[in-house]
Design a protein around this ligand. Structure first.
Ligand code: FAD
Length: 381
């Protein structure tokens, strides 16, 4: 058993922590208030290799292991939670296109995405289906050497700024999950329209509804054989969910550190706040929970890197990590008194940002279903 990071991983943590503190955190509040997509931060993350972690090296990626992906999510989550969507979505695009795209698609889209110059969104959810994604209704009908895509996708992160989206559409009306096919759809094609969503958090990454009205996509843009789309995205969800948990814990961890510094300075009743057990025990509990959840996350990614099953551990981290982070950040906000409740301090934004990923990529209830199925057997649930 070895529960320590390697010297290379420690060095990566130092580099990314410093980048997040200097380049992301000072702008995070401005991006949130303006709703401006931070393109320059994307380019900087591209330079650091963070947007090609799961992309084949032949197409500008790092082919990094899952632990490295997790470290990147945790460290960038300390600086700006919205920026972790870049690592997630470029990671999923790297995996899905890298495994299933034609040579032309990989050459055209993967290198600029890894550099942070283009953005690829992932369009699975629809107004009528979220948790039950296998029942999606968007359809793709064969038309000679192309497909005509018709349908609506909602809640699509980066939807307003992406140059392309991986769209999941039904090619077989009868097939449920087996009837779903993935396509890489450039979003400047005729028949695509977008409208912005006014979400409570992660406002800088421009979540959108994407509408496809008989959008003609060349058959070369189909990713893998017909009927394999659902399985392609499900493969990526397991590791990405752990990454989401780690990003949430990163936002919580930095909040605890800031709170520790504050309560040592702030005086009440002639003493520092830190000297009251009501304050110091809350911090001790938060630190304990964060430590436990973080190591569950890293163990899940370690299992992934060993090629062992980790669906159960991944689902455990996905419901627990964001929830724990929200509770922890809330506690930190309260320990700052009224200052914590203002937008002068980052806690209210961090809470709004992390709450989104209590829902996105699988709700807590759905994650507990996954855990329970693994524990009790699928036939019981
Ligand atoms: C921040 C954020 C980012 C997102 N980014 C993307 C993206 O990039 N691409 C994309 O395609 N989608 C994205 N989504 C959409 C997201 O994946 C869905 O919102 C999510 O899967 C839940 O689906 P729903 O909203 O339709 O809720 P529903 O599925 O309608 O669920 C509503 C409620 O019912 C509960 N519920 C549902 N089924 C069960 C059950 N069997 N047992 C118990 N409870 C159940 C849920 O837990 C939830 O509380 C994003 C959403 C958010 C909030």
């Amino acid at each position: 058993m070895d529960l320590a990071f390697s010297p290379e991983q420690e060095e990566l943590i130092r580099t990314l922590r410093s980048f997040a503190r200097k380049e992301l955190a000072p702008h995070s509040g401005t991006w949130d208030r303006s709703g401006q997509f931070p393109r320059e931060a994307w380019r900087q993350m591209g330079e650091l290799g963070l947007l090609g972690l799961r992309t084949p090296a032949a197409y500008g990626g790092q082919e990094a292991d899952y632990l490295t992906f997790g470290i990147a999510m945790a460290e960038i989550g300390r600086g700006d939670f919205s920026c972790t969507y870049g690592i997630q979505l470029a990671g999923l695009a790297g995996e899905i296109l890298g495994r299933n795209g034609t040579e032309e698609i990989k050459t055209r889209w993967l290198p600029p995405t890894a550099r942070g110059e283009t953005v690829i969104a992932l369009a699975l959810t629809e107004p009528g289906v979220g948790s039950d994604a296998a029942s999606l209704a968007c359809r793709a009908e064969r038309d000679g050497d192309a497909y005509l895509i018709t349908g609506e996708k909602s809640g699509i992160s980066l939807g307003m700024v992406a140059e392309a989206a991986i769209v999941f559409a039904r090619t077989d009306p009868a097939g449920r999950a087996r009837g779903v096919t993935a396509f890489l759809v450039p979003l400047d094609l005729p028949g695509v329209s977008r409208s912005p969503l006014r979400d409570m958090g992660s406002r800088a990454i421009a979540r959108a509804v994407l509408t496809f009205d008989r959008v003609r996509v060349d058959a070369s843009h189909r990713l893998g054989p017909e009927g394999t789309g659902f399985y392609q995205v499900m493969q990526g969800f397991d590791y990405n969910r752990v990454g989401i948990a780690l990003a949430s814990l990163g936002a919580a961890q930095v909040s605890v550190e800031e709170t520790m510094a504050y309560v040592k300075e702030r005086q009440a009743f002639g003493r520092s706040l830190a000297s009251f057990e009501g304050v110091s025990f809350a911090i001790a509990e938060a630190a304990t929970h964060l430590e436990a959840c973080r190591w569950l996350c890293y163990r899940a990614l370690w299992l992934a890197d060993q090629g062992q099953p980790y669906t159960k551990e991944s689902a455990m981290t996905k419901w627990w990590g964001p929830r724990l982070a929200v509770e922890t950040i809330h506690q930190c906000l309260l320990l700052h008194g009224h200052y914590g409740y203002t937008d002068e301090l980052p806690f209210e934004q961090r809470m709004r940002d992390v709450i989104g990923l209590e829902i996105g990529d699988g709700t807590a209830e759905v994650m507990k279903l996954v855990v329970a199925r693994q524990l009790l057997g699928r036939d019981r649930l």
